[in-house]
Design a protein around this ligand. Structure first.
Ligand code: ATP
Ligand code: MG
Length: 442
C-alpha cells in the first residue's frame, strides 16, 4: 500500500479522555474513531489488525474441532424468556421493539439461541460431542464504557458452545478449549494465564478467565509467578487425554480477585507471589444443564433414554485483544506490533520523494516485498524525514527500511527493527531478504 493513497487519519494531539496507551495510540494512529460512547468505527488499519486477530482465533478453534457458523446480532426475546434470562440480565441488555411490537434485543451472548439451534436438530448421542462457534458483534450497555475498544458497548467476540452427553465428556470439551486458548494468545505474542474465575450472569460452576498482565488492566489478579512464562501447549493431540496438560497448569495458584484465597496464596514462596493488574481476554465456562434443562435440549442415549445435554461456553474478546496487544507491546513512541498481527509487514521510508534513485530503489523494494507477501506500507509522501520517522514509529510496523540519498551513494539502505531499535546498513537486496526471512514460519 502506498501511504499517499491510503486512508490513515493520524491525530497530532492525544484526545483528553484517552488515558491508557492502547486507547491513545489507536486514536493517534488512525485505527478507529469513536461514534458514540463505547461504539467505534474500525478505520482501515485498525480493521486489518482486527481481521488478523480474528483469523488466528478462527484457526485455533478449527484446530480444536470447533465448527464455525454465524448467528444474528438481533435476537428475539422469546428464547431469553424460556431460560429466564430476559428478566435476569438487567440494564446491560439493549432491548428493542420491532414495528409489530415484538420484543427483540441486541445479543450480549448466545447461549439461549445456540441451545435452540441444537435442540431443533440434534436427537442422538451419536451426534455428540459437538462444539459450534461464531465470531460476531455483541452489544452490552456497559455502565462505564472506557479505555477505547477495551471496554466498548459494541465489541467483537468469538463465542463457542459445547454439547456433551455427560459431565465427564463436557470436561473434555472444556479442556480442549482451555489449551487451544493458550495457543491462541501465544500466537499473538501474548503471555496469557488461566485463572480461576467467577461465573457471573452466564452461570455455572467451572470457569477460568484468561488474563494478560498489564498495569492498566481492570482486574486485580494473583498467581504463581512461573505461570507467566510457562510455554504454550504447542501441537496438541486433541483426541488424547488432555487432563494432565490442564492439571499441570491448574496445579499452580492463579485467581482473579473475586475468587482469590489469600491464605492459599500466602503459602507460595514469597518470590513466587505475583499480584498484578490484568486484562481479561477470554473466559470459559462449564455450566452443565443450566440452559439445556429449561430449554429441553435432550438427546437419546445408547440405552434409549432421553438425556439433557451438558454445555459449556467459551468466549474470546477479539476486539479487546487489539488493545490488549498494544498494552503489552508499545513504547513512548508508539505501538510495536508482533509480526503475526501487524497491519503491514514493513514500512518503506523514502527520504527523497521525486529523487530518481531514491524513487527507483524504493519502488523496487516495494514491488519485491509485495510479491513476497510481506504487504509493505510505502511512505511515498512528501514530508520531512522527522515526520516520516515518528509516523512510522507510531504505527509500529515491525521493520522499517529507510531509503535516503546519503546511503544510496554507498549502495545501502537502513533497516530498523522497531522492537529493539537495532539498525542495520544493508544493500537493498540484503534488506529485502532479511525481512522476508524474518517472516518465515509466522
Ligand atoms: P468483563 O468481566 O470484562 O466485563 P465478562 O466476564 O462480562 O467481561 P464474558 O461474557 O466472559 O465477559 O465475555 C467474553 C470475553 O469478551 C471477555 O473475556 C472479554 O475479553 C470480552 N468482553 C466482554 N465484555 C467486553 C466489552 N464490554 N468490551 C470488549 N470486550 C469485552
Ligand atoms: Mg468474564
Amino acid at each position: 500500500m502506498r501511504l499517499s493513497r491510503y486512508f490513515l487519519p493520524l491525530l497530532k494531539e492525544t484526545p483528553a479522555d484517552a488515558t491508557i496507551a492502547s486507547h491513545k495510540y489507536m486514536l493517534r494512529a488512525g485505527m478507529m474513531k469513536q461514534n458514540s460512547a463505547g461504539i467505534y468505527s474500525w478505520l482501515p488499519m485498525g480493521f486489518k489488525v482486527l481481521k488478523k486477530i480474528e483469523q488466528i482465533v478462527r484457526e485455533e478453534q478449527d484446530r480444536a474441532g470447533a465448527i464455525e457458523m454465524l448467528m444474528p446480532t438481533i435476537q428475539s426475546a422469546d428464547l431469553w424468556r424460556e431460560t429466564g434470562r430476559y428478566d435476569a440480565y438487567g440494564p446491560e441488555m439493549l432491548r428493542i421493539t420491532d414495528r409489530h411490537g415484538r420484543d427483540m434485543l441486541y445479543g450480549p451472548t448466545n447461549e439461549d439461541m445456540i441451545t435452540d439451534i441444537f435442540r431443533s436438530s440434534v436427537r442422538s448421542y451419536k451426534d455428540l460431542p459437538k462444539c459450534l462457534y461464531h465470531i460476531q458483534w455483541k452489544f452490552r450497555d456497559e455502565v462505564r464504557p472506557r479505555f477505547g475498544i477495551m471496554r466498548g458497548r459494541e465489541f467483537l467476540m468469538k463465542d463457542a458452545y459445547s454439547f456433551d452427553l455427560s459431565a465427564e465428556d463436557a470436561r473434555k470439551s472444556y479442556n480442549k478449549m482451555f489449551l487451544a486458548y493458550l495457543n491462541t494468545y501465544a500466537r499473538m505474542g501474548l503471555k496469557a494465564v488461566a485463572m480461576k474465575a467467577d461465573t457471573g450472569p452466564i452461570g455455572g460452576d467451572l470457569s477460568h478467565e484468561f488474563i494478560i498482565l498489564a498495569e492498566t488492566g481492570e482486574s486485580e489478579v494473583f498467581c504463581h509467578a512461573d505461570l507467566v512464562n510457562m510455554p504454550p501447549p504447542g501441537v496438541i493431540d486433541f483426541d488424547s487425554d488432555l487432563q494432565p496438560q490442564v492439571d499441570e497448569r491448574l496445579a499452580l495458584y492463579a485467581a482473579t480477585d473475586e475468587m482469590h484465597d489469600a491464605d492459599e496464596f500466602a503459602k507460595l514462596p514469597k518470590d513466587k507471589q505475583l499480584s498484578a493488574r490484568g486484562i481479561e481476554v477470554g473466559h470459559i465456562f462449564y455450566f452443565g444443564e443450566k440452559y439445556s434443562a429449561p430449554m429441553k435440549a435432550k438427546v437419546m442415549s445408547s440405552e434409549g433414554k432421553e438425556v439433557v445435554v451438558h454445555m459449556g461456553s467459551y468466549g474470546v474478546g477479539v476486539s479487546r485483544l487489539v488493545g490488549g496487544i498494544i498494552e503489552a507491546s508499545h513504547d513512548e513512541d508508539g505501538i510495536i506490533w508482533p509480526k503475526s498481527v501487524t497491519p503491514f509487514g514493513a514500512g518503506i521510508i523514502n527520504l527523497k520523494v521525486g529523487g530518481e534513485e531514491a524513487d527507483q530503489v524504493s519502488e523496487d523494494i516495494y514491488a519485491k516485498l509485495t510479491a513476497a507477501g510481506i504487504d509493505p506500507l510505502y511512505d511515498d509522501k512528501n514530508d520531512r524525514g522527522g515526520v516520516k520517522f515518528s509516523r512510522m514509529d507510531l504505527i509500529g510496523l515491525p521493520y522499517q527500511i529507510t531509503v535516503g540519498p546519503r546511503g544510496l551513494k554507498e549502495g545501502i539502505v537502513e533497516v530498523k527493527t522497531r522492537a529493539t531499535g537495532e539498525r542495520q546498513s544493508l544493500s537493498p537486496e540484503a534488506a529485502i531478504n532479511f525481512i522476508i526471512s524474518e517472516f518465515e514460519n509466522i
